[in-house]
Ligand binder design. Structure first.
Ligand code: HEM
Length: 283
């Protein structure tokens, strides 16, 4: 655990231990907040809020625990992922991903985007425009750079959000999937391509799954946590990828048991397994 506090400028706690990540992710006093905190915390939060949105509003992944909108979007997505017809609807996209894993044909980013996009829009096909839009959003979530500042100032980021929202018919969970989660899955496909076909599917899931580097929370009120006292406004960084590396339990990479846990926590391993078997890998 690391912490840094310079009054008025920064106040943050960063955790990577799996037990700490799990406990802080579910602490009701830590939330996705939109107010308060010292200067750098406000800047980080503003950047997230400007990035994780569409013209319709904030993405579910940047809405607070108590948000009714988040809870409705979450329920809709859980229903979509439970639909017994979903597997068949994704046959074509799964085959294309498998061809990439087997023969290296196609672009993993576009293939991953098509796969996730079809959960929401049956005939969605990723193209250069939708993939470039996803890259613009991803850059804006990464380390601040001249390029991400340029996107913000010139309206390129807003344009990317419009493109992806149109592509997903306004579904904000869909936009989250094809702009944020998609980059993890593109990397997963690349890793699967390098694995020996005799690797059992369960092991492929463990080795190839790529999870977010980190997710952030903010103290909503004074909280005594396993990582010490958190003040209102303290930024709490949960290093999910590092926690996953240190834990044999695959659920931590999805923060599965937290209020914000990924609704696709079972869907993603299922897709990896389907693609692996379709690519001639061991079941
Ligand atoms: C590629 C693999 C994926 C990984 C590793 C992953 C991981 C995660 C994690 C760690 C969170 C928690 C974020 C937080 O606490 O702030 C999350 C949230 C979320 N994920 Fe995923 N995800 C993946 C794919 C997907 C896909 C395919 C979808 C949609 C079909 C999806 C939809 C969401 C949504 C909507 C949330 C926000 C949930 C909420 O706050 O209620 N994810 N995901």
């Amino acid at each position: 655990m690391r912490s840094l506090r310079i009054p008025g400028l920064i106040d943050l706690i960063s955790v990577s231990d799996p037990a700490l990540v799990r406990s802080l992710a579910d602490n009701p006093d830590l939330d996705r907040r939109n107010e308060g905190g010292p200067l750098l915390v406000r800047m980080i939060r503003r950047r997230l809020a400007q990035t994780l949105k569409t013209p319709e509003g904030a993405l579910p992944s940047n809405l607070p625990r108590g948000s009714g909108e988040r809870s409705t979007m979450r329920k809709d997505l859980v229903e979509r992922l439970k639909d017994p017809d979903l597997d068949a609807a994704l046959n074509g996209a799964v085959e294309q991903c498998a061809t990439f894993v087997e023969k290296g044909e196609g672009d993993p980013g576009l293939l991953a985007q098509t796969l996730f996009g079809r959960i929401f829009v049956a005939d969605f096909a990723a193209d250069i425009q939708t993939w470039e839009a996803a890259k613009t959003i991803n850059q804006s979530l990464g380390t601040p750079s001249f390029r991400s500042l340029f996107s913000r100032l010139t309206g390129k980021l807003d344009q990317a959000q419009r493109v992806l929202s149109r592509a997903m018919a306004g579904d904000r969970s869909g936009v989250h999937a094809i702009s944020v989660a998609v980059h993890n899955f593109a990397e997963t496909l690349e890793t699967m391509r390098t694995l020996d076909r005799s690797t059992p599917a369960e092991q492929v899931v463990a080795v190839a799954l790529v999870v977010p580097d980190r997710v952030v929370r903010q103290g909503a009120s004074i909280a005594e946590t396993l990582a010490g006292r958190v003040r209102p406004g303290t930024l709490v960084i949960l290093n999910v990828a590092e926690a996953q590396l240190r834990s044999p339990d695959p659920s931590i990479g999805f923060l599965r048991d937290a209020w914000s846990g990924c609704p696709a926590h079972a869907f993603v391993p299922h897709m990896i397994t389907r693609i692996w078997i379709a690519a001639g890998g061991k079941s």
